[in-house]
Design a protein around this ligand. Structure first.
Ligand SMILES: Cc1cc2nc3c(=O)[nH]c(=O)nc-3n(C[C@H](O)[C@H](O)[C@H](O)COP(=O)(O)OP(=O)(O)OC[C@H]3O[C@@H](n4cnc5c(N)ncnc54)[C@H](O)[C@@H]3O)c2cc1C
Length: 383
């Protein structure tokens, strides 16, 4: 008899976990409260290392076909420093709207055999009272509740995971308290094939060229720099552009073509990677600041690792969440450290000035940083 897995959340982490499990012959049911394709606030960049992982999963071509190549990064600092660096060895990342990216991964999971139930919310884990193990999920289909049982549950339900929260595994971090505001713009001047990160004393603004003439713009601000009197999202984005001498001119002929979306607070801490019968993947396993544009790498690889751990747990009957935590730490901790350092830098104007000055004198250091942020070590040189 085949094993039965439930995956909650059909974003990148959940779809990749479902894909790996379905290919291994597991009976997989995937639940999401949204119906697809659905929009998602994101910087829309897939770094070269993540693309290489998608290639290994056989979904890289579908993503590349719907995306635009990103050849490197332009990074600017608060007092005029500006450094452009391409990824080495001709490797590229991609810019792609998340509705398309997520739909491509989900289609791969479904064609591998995962069954999707969309438009229903998962409210809580079901706990077996005899073993204290997670034994399934409670589904809320427009007020109609049903328990769905499974040998293993993968919680890939994003930042602020309901399942992780219910088990006390994750919580919103008390610091930093950052919010993100995003929208699409047409007609920004001087766009190239590079992604852009404009770091300022009060936060940062990212721009990604998702299609000819069309760009994703994301502004991230810390609570201490925000007027908590409730500035509307459109004004947060407009002010970030208007008050910035270097960006203002480039946006003078541009227009916002989608309503702004706001998300926050961003940071989520996770103490561990699951519990008996349940494994965390993607943002549900902890959300890092989006500045380095690598959340999708953690989501895709985290989905693969959670699926492998699920297969172990179903085969041996032994909880695999401890081992999953060890593997995640081994693979991700170097990148988490880089991310924390950059997070600290953005929060400290003095340190940022020093880094900008050093960066303009040693562009090789910036190129190395862009390559590290892009997980270029995981990518293969194009043939
Ligand atoms: C402003 C911003 C910019 C970013 N930019 C980038 C970038 O450029 N590059 C990059 O690599 N990363 C970026 N990230 C990070 C990236 O967006 C996330 O890491 C990624 O979306 C995580 O994928 P996931 O599958 O874990 O979660 P999600 O994509 O959030 O998917 C979770 C899914 O779970 C579903 N769900 C949630 N709760 C329930 C429930 N109770 N019941 C049923 N379904 C549920 C949701 O509908 C959703 O479909 C950015 C993040 C932010 C906030």
């Amino acid at each position: 008899m085949s094993h039965r897995a439930v995956v909650v959340g059909a974003g990148p982490a959940g779809s990749v976990a479902a894909l790996v499990l379905a290919r291994a012959g597991v009976d997989v049911e995937l639940f999401d409260r949204a119906t697809f394709p659905r929009p998602k606030l994101c910087g829309d960049t897939v770094n070269p290392g993540t693309l290489a992982m998608l290639d290994a999963l056989g979904v890289g071509a579908a993503v590349r076909n719907a995306s635009h190549p990103v050849t490197g990064m332009l990074v600017t600092g608060p007092h005029g420093a500006a450094i452009a660096a391409d990824y080495p060895l001709g490797v590229c990342g991609a810019a792609i709207e998340r509705r398309e990216f997520d739909a491509a991964l989900l289609a791969a999971a479904v064609s591998a055999g995962a069954r999707l139930t969309s438009g229903v919310r998962v409210d809580a884990p079901v706990i077996d009272p005899k073993t204290a193990r997670v034994a399934g999920i409670r589904v809320n289909d427009r007020g109609r509740h049903e328990d769905v049982h499974a040998d293993i549950v993968i919680a890939a339900d994003g930042r602020g995971s309901r399942l992780g929260g219910a088990l006390g595994l994750t919580r919103f971090a008390s610091s930093p308290q950052r919010w993100a505001y995003g929208a699409y713009f047409r007609g920004i001047d001087a766009m190239t094939t590079r992604g852009e990160m404009h770091i300022r004393a009060d936060g940062y603004l990212g721009i990604a060229p998702v299609a000819p003439g069309l760009a994703n713009v994301c502004v991230v601000r810390e609570l201490v720099h925000m007027d908590t009197g409730g500035v509307p999202a459109e004004e947060m984005i407009a002010a970030a552009i208007r008050d910035d001498g270097r960006l203002r001119d480039r946006f003078s002929g541009a227009s916002r073509v989608t309503p702004p979306v706001v998300l926050g607070p961003l940071a989520v801490d996770a103490a561990c990677a699951g519990a008996p019968g349940l494994l965390l993947a993607g943002d549900a396993a902890g959300f890092v600041d989006p500045m380095t544009g690598d959340g999708l790498r953690f989501a895709v690889r985290g989905g693969m690792l959670a699926a492998e751990a699920a297969l172990r747990e179903m085969t041996t009957g032994q909880p695999a969440y401890g081992e999953l935590l060890r593997v995640r730490r081994r693979e991700f901790s170097g990148k988490w450290r880089l991310n924390r350092t950059l997070r600290w830098l953005v929060g400290s104007p003095a340190a940022l000035d020093v880094a900008a000055a050093l960066g303009s004198r040693w562009p090789a250091a910036v190129r190395a940083l862009v390559a590290a942020a892009g997980d270029v070590n995981l990518a293969r040189r194009p043939a």
